[in-house]
Write a protein that binds this ligand. Structure first.
Ligand code: TPP
Ligand code: MG
Length: 330
């Protein structure tokens, strides 16, 4: 039997199975959304595929009763772990009135849900970073024990917002975890054409905070790094920058054709390292996941995705006048 790594991290068998199911649910919802998009039923998809291990590993390392997350558009794994449901994500995909993220106004991927402390973001990339720093500062001023967790792509780490947020958080030793989901592309632009430094985490020293690069396909490695960062934040030792390296398995979005800028061989090669399969293999090897349990989980996820699709498809759209709500004073 393979070495049991999760026990050493304080994770029970039950917890790692929950983590696996959350990853699988994110993947299956995403795959369903592409089918619905190609069938002309939902307007736009922006995928989490290939990044679920980093997202779910990180989210499970946080306090999901207290901490705040400021996710970016690919973070289906983060928001599912923080309590958003498959149904709510599908309502967003179909742009229906009951979508908790925006009442059906926004493109999918603009996650926001107050009751689960998921802070809404904006379409310009990286604007969530200074917001995360502000939420951490607010938490400190109010004497609350909370950590904020913010994610962004490696391309987005070149925005001024990242610099300003990271610098401020480090100077004031705020409990912020900056996690860069390095999927090696910013739309069509590969890593080498985005940045000259070898690793995004190398930037941490410039702000005076620790920086780590982890294998984003290894859910337990991400869990460990984020757990340590959260503990450091809670001890008042300030922010951490974590770079989780994986690969974007789909095109940038449903409006992109990635055949124009990367080879099929490269994508096929990356699929071999897919964190979802790696975790399934690990759980089988340590004897936590039997064939029977696997079938049960797959079936449960399938039912959840089907139910979410049916519910959201038949749910009503918002009234046209609703578009004006929150725009003018009432
Ligand atoms: C300020 C700003 N510039 C450009 C865009 C258009 N845009 C949307 S996503 C994206 C790529 C971002 O790449 P990365 O940060 O690596 O994230 P990924 O999509 O790879 O996860 C760009 C350029 C934007 N939304 N906001
Ligand atoms: Mg990227």
């Amino acid at each position: 039997m393979a070495e049991n790594r999760h026990q050493a991290l304080g994770l029970s068998d039950e917890k790692v199975l929950q983590m696996y199911e959350t990853m699988l649910l994110a993947r299956k919802l995403d795959e369903r959304m592409w089918l619905l998009n190609r069938a002309g039923k939902i307007p736009f998809v922006i995928s989490c595929q290939g990044q679920e291990a980093a997202q779910v590993g990180a989210a499970f390392a946080l306090d999901r009763e207290k901490d705040y997350v400021l996710p970016y558009y690919r973070d289906m794994g983060v928001v599912l772990a923080f309590g958003m449901t498959a149904r709510e994500l599908m309502l967003s995909g179909f742009a229906k009135a009951e979508d908790p993220n925006s009442g059906g106004r926004q493109m999918p991927g603009h996650f926001g849900q107050k009751k689960n402390r998921i802070v809404t973001g904006s379409s310009p990339v990286t604007t969530q970073v200074p917001h995360a720093v502000g939420v951490a500062l607010g938490g400190r001023l109010e004497g609350k024990d909370l950590v904020t967790f913010v994610t962004f792509g490696e391309g987005s780490s070149n925005q001024g917002d990242f610099h300003e947020g990271a610098n401020y958080a480090a100077v004031h030793k705020l409990p912020v975890i900056f996690m860069c989901e390095n999927n090696k592309y910013a739309i069509s632009v590969p890593y080498e054409k985005q940045v000259a430094c070898e690793k995004i985490s190398d930037r941490a020293i410039g702000y005076g905070m620790p920086g780590f690069t982890v294998d984003g396909n290894d859910i337990l490695a991400v869990y460990e790094a984020v757990k340590e960062a959260a503990d450091r934040g809670r001890r008042g030792e300030g922010p951490t920058l974590i770079e989780a390296i994986s690969y974007r398995l789909t095109a940038h979005s449903s409006d992109d054709d990635d055949r124009a800028y990367r080879s099929r061989e490269e994508v096929e090669e990356a699929k071999k390292k897919d964190g979802l399969f790696a975790f399934e293999m690990y759980l089988r090897e340590v004897g936590v996941l039997s064939d029977e349990q696997f079938e049960t989980i797959v079936e449960r996820v399938k039912i959840e995705v089907d139910e979410a699709t049916d519910y959201a498809e038949s749910a009503p759209y918002a009234d046209a006048e609703y578009a004006l709500k929150h725009v003018y004073a009432e």
